[in-house]
Design a protein around this ligand. Sequence first.
Ligand SMILES: Nc1ncnc2c1ncn2[C@@H]1O[C@H](COP(=O)(O)OP(=O)(O)OP(=O)(O)O)[C@@H](O)[C@H]1O
Ligand SMILES: O=P(O)(O)OC[C@H]1O[C@H](OP(=O)(O)OP(=O)(O)O)[C@H](O)[C@@H]1O
Ligand SMILES: [Mg+2]
Length: 281
Amino acid sequence: MLRIAVPNKGSLSEPAAEMLREAGYRVRRDPKELVVTDPDGDVELFYLRPRDIAVYVGSGTVDAGITGRDLLLDSGSPAVEVMTLGFGASTFRYAARAGTITTVRQLEGLRVATSYPGLVEKHLADLGVSARVVRLDGAVETSISLGVADAIADVVETGTTLRQQGLEIFGDPILRSEAVLVRREDSADVAGFAVLRRRLTGVITARHYVMLDYDVPADLVEDACRLTPGLESPTVAPLANGTWCAVRAMVPRARTNAIMDELWDLGARAILVTDIAACRL
Ligand SMILES: Nc1ncnc2c1ncn2[C@@H]1O[C@H](COP(=O)(O)OP(=O)(O)OP(=O)(O)O)[C@@H](O)[C@H]1O
Ligand SMILES: O=P(O)(O)OC[C@H]1O[C@H](OP(=O)(O)OP(=O)(O)O)[C@H](O)[C@@H]1O
Ligand SMILES: [Mg+2]
């Protein structure tokens, strides 16, 4: 049975559970459940703190995990990213009181508060800046006004928390993060891992694409197929009337309406869009 570590709390936990559910796995119903066995899916889910997941995966006690890239790199654990999962996006950035510090170089000799000391120490060392990293568990933005740090390095999503504290970002982003599937660096092929990966890829594809069906006069099929090339090649079938064809192709969800307008202008009719519930490509 494949052992998978999943976030039990925080920003990643709901979307991770939703993704596993869509991938057909049995997920927990009660937030107090810490281990869930899914005999049909042949997996065991371990609900762990997102920060700890890379550690468990790296130690080999679980076979795979869902965590944030920032948490993975901060842990320094021998686990590697296998695929991105399309949620939990954030940037990791330096910030300070508006107008005080404007470059990373200026951190020399100063104090930087963060919940990600591994990431920050490495970043500063790579730039040859020697600053004192103050490790805090959370609410890092308050550390400057409380006098324990001169700058912070933290997750920024909308920037609201920074603004509320009168802080401003400076320097380039340290990292762009999102939720990732991880496994141990040197792990041999574990039974079931390829299935997990295929299922998650199926969920991502089903979310990103819709199925488009339409009818088009036979002499316009080539032009229509240029608008909807599908992932490999669209399915084209003759209609019973002999002069029109039915075309079926996957199109990116975000472009659905633009493509429908273009098809309509070309002369296509009966244009239908359907959600893809699941897929293996
Ligand atoms: N707005 C956000 N705040 C915090 N983390 C976020 C946010 N958006 C995405 N993430 C990602 O979630 C992961 C952090 O997980 P963590 O469990 O610490 O989340 P959290 O929302 O901060 O939870 P907690 O309630 O424990 O503070 C990181 O990979 C981080 O990049
Ligand atoms: O840019 P924003 O959209 O404001 O989001 C980023 C904030 O959210 C997180 O804090 P969280 O709520 O997890 O609290 P914590 O600091 O206690 O972890 C993160 O640490 C930032 O403080
Ligand atoms: Mg947090």
